[in-house]
Design a protein around this ligand. Structure first.
Ligand SMILES: Nc1ncnc2c1ncn2[C@@H]1O[C@H](COP(=O)(O)OP(=O)(O)O)[C@@H](O)[C@H]1O
Ligand SMILES: O=P(O)(O)OC[C@H](O)CO
Length: 497
């Protein structure tokens, strides 16, 4: 029996998972690492802590499994996206801490460019909104603020990368400086329609082309994990950003197929085939993980506070002690008795895009209990996702694309059956949970396995996908519409505050 290794470098922890060739988990190791918040709106990671935690889990998973590393056919990398790193080519030393995707310090440059009317120009090339979320303004900030950085960059001495590139550099002992299309398409520097770094965008953000990694398809030969790392060299056959990797791991290979990941936030991606859209509903167009020739896109939208609302019930309100307790508490009442909870703690993402909105709980009465608030909190995850997916459906319908048939789900909060049922009720389509919910890591393993010839194509992968539970809509469309109207009214109140 042979194995595939997935390295999953997330925002709060690094994980390594060993899969067998049927896509079953054989062993898993995880390590959290520190987050740094040097000032309001700033979020940083220490590059060495990212690498050392990933390395520790890689070694740990191999040790735990008792498998000889020469039986690992290939490794795949998947990662938190947009987070920006720069290092010295000669020494491999990081220039400064990584600027994390949540960091807002690039906002000043974004508004400058917005004032110059460049938003649409950028969106038609990248598919993205001009926002500090993406890598370009983070990289530009480093070049302007770390003493001597711009000069070194212009002399070709610095390398830029997202987290995948940083890991590739470390794993290959400085031999590989590369990224994949799904990660490149989150930088605001990559022209997703002609598949290359865009000279005009580089000019706009002041980025020297010599810093950039080579861009490869997501399933490709990236080089070897150096033999000193695991005792045997292992080919790296796949790289993808975590949300695109989850879309791949969910076997959403055809237009109209979609997944929603219910983690701290929620990330919904709808496969859009070869159709590039400039969204008018605040959605992003991004490249899917690429395993063959041709350009394929996904529509993407995110909910900032998803499962995190449950953490707030635990840490902020103290009405539960553990996340899992939310379900029995919420299920102890038959409905939220008119309570609506809009958890706009950090503003609202797609389709509302209001950075200044703040959370509200409406409809409180003397009869309201902690259970009603818990129920409203759980329902808010489904309401926000439904609004997002509705915007996606409208967008697809407007240009006769393939409509959403069902929603595949994963992420830590998808274990909540009541949440999944309510999601199906609101959407009016089945919500389907697979047996394997570690789809992010699985996607990276699939991409690597395809490259090494473990599978001949995506049909074989689609056959490995197994349904665990299907939640069919239980309410009429009129009732769902009326619920969404009430929700949207509550959202408007939030935006007015
Ligand atoms: N039973 C549950 N119902 C709703 N949310 C839950 C439940 N169990 C865990 N969560 C939430 O799921 C999130 C964890 O999911 P996970 O996929 O591990 O997140 P991430 O990858 O973003 O760290 C947490 O925000 C937690 O509050
Ligand atoms: O690391 P996660 O799972 O929080 O995902 C982060 C996303 O890739 C950000 O775009």
């Amino acid at each position: 029996m042979d194995y595939l290794l997935a390295l999953d470098q997330g925002t709060s922890s690094s994980r390594s998972i060993l899969f067998d060739l049927q896509g079953n988990i054989v062993a898993m190791a995880q390590q959290e690492f520190p987050q740094y918040y040097p000032q309001s709106g700033w979020v940083e990671h220490e590059p060495q802590e990212i690498w050392q935690s990933q390395l520790a889990t890689l070694r740990d998973v191999i040790r735990q499994s008792g498998i000889s590393p020469n039986r690992i056919v290939a490794a795949g990398i998947t990662n938190q996206r947009e987070t920006t790193l720069v290092w010295h080519r000669k020494t491999g030393q990081a220039l400064c801490r990584a600027i994390v995707w949540q960091d807002r310090r690039g906002e000043a440059l974004c508004s400058e460019l917005r004032e110059k009317g460049l938003e649409l120009f950028i969106q038609t090339r990248t598919g993205l909104k001009l926002d500090a979320y993406f890598s370009a303004t983070k990289l530009s900030w480093m070049l302007d603020n770390v003493p001597g950085a711009r000069k070194l960059a212009e002399q070709g001495e610095l390398a830029f990368g997202t987290v995948d590139s940083w890991l590739l550099w470390q794993l290959s002992k400085g031999r590989v400086h590369a990224t994949d299309v799904s990660n490149a398409s989150r930088t605001l520097l990559f022209n997703v329609r002609n598949n290359g770094w865009d000279p005009e965008l580089l000019d706009l953000f002041g980025i020297p082309a010599s810093m950039l990694p080579d861009v490869l398809p997501s399933s490709a030969f990236y080089g070897q994990i150096d033999e000193t790392i695991a005792g045997h060299s292992i080919p790296i056959g796949g790289v993808a950003g975590d949300q695109q990797s989850a879309l791949f791991g969910q076997a959403c290979f055809q237009p109209g197929m979609a997944k929603n990941t219910y983690g701290t936030g929620c990330f919904a991606l709808l496969h859009a085939g070869g159709h590039f859209r400039v969204s008018e509903n605040g959605l992003l167009t991004t490249r899917v993980a690429q395993h063959q020739d041709g350009l394929e896109y996904a529509l993407e939208g995110s909910v900032f506070i998803g499962g995190a609302v449950v953490q707030w019930l635990r840490d902020g309100l103290g009405i539960i002690q553990q996340s899992a307790q939310v379900q029995p508490l919420a299920d102890s009442v038959s409905d939220s008795d008119g309570v609506l909870f809009v958890p706009a703690f950090t503003g609202l993402g797609a389709p509302y895009w209001d950075a200044n909105a703040r959370g509200t709980i409406t409809g409180l009465s003397r009869a309201t209990t902690a259970a009603h608030i818990a129920r409203a909190a759980v329902e808010s995850i489904a309401y926000q996702s439904a609004a997002l997916l509705e915007a996606m459906s409208l967008e697809v319908k407007a240009d006769n694309g393939v409509p959403l048939q069902e929603l595949r789900v994963d992420g830590g909060a998808c274990v909540n059956n009541s949440l999944m049922q309510f999601q199906a009720d609101l959407l009016g389509i089945p919500v389907v949970r697979p047996q394997m919910i570690e789809t992010t890591a699985l996607g990276a393993a699939y991409l690597a396995g395809l490259q090494l010839g473990v599978w001949s194509g995506t049909d074989e992968l689609a056959a490995l996908w197994r349904e665990e539970h299907r939640f069919e809509p239980n309410i009429g469309r009129d009732e769902a519409t009326s619920l969404m109207e009430k929700w949207n009214r509550a959202v408007r109140q939030t935006m007015a505050t």
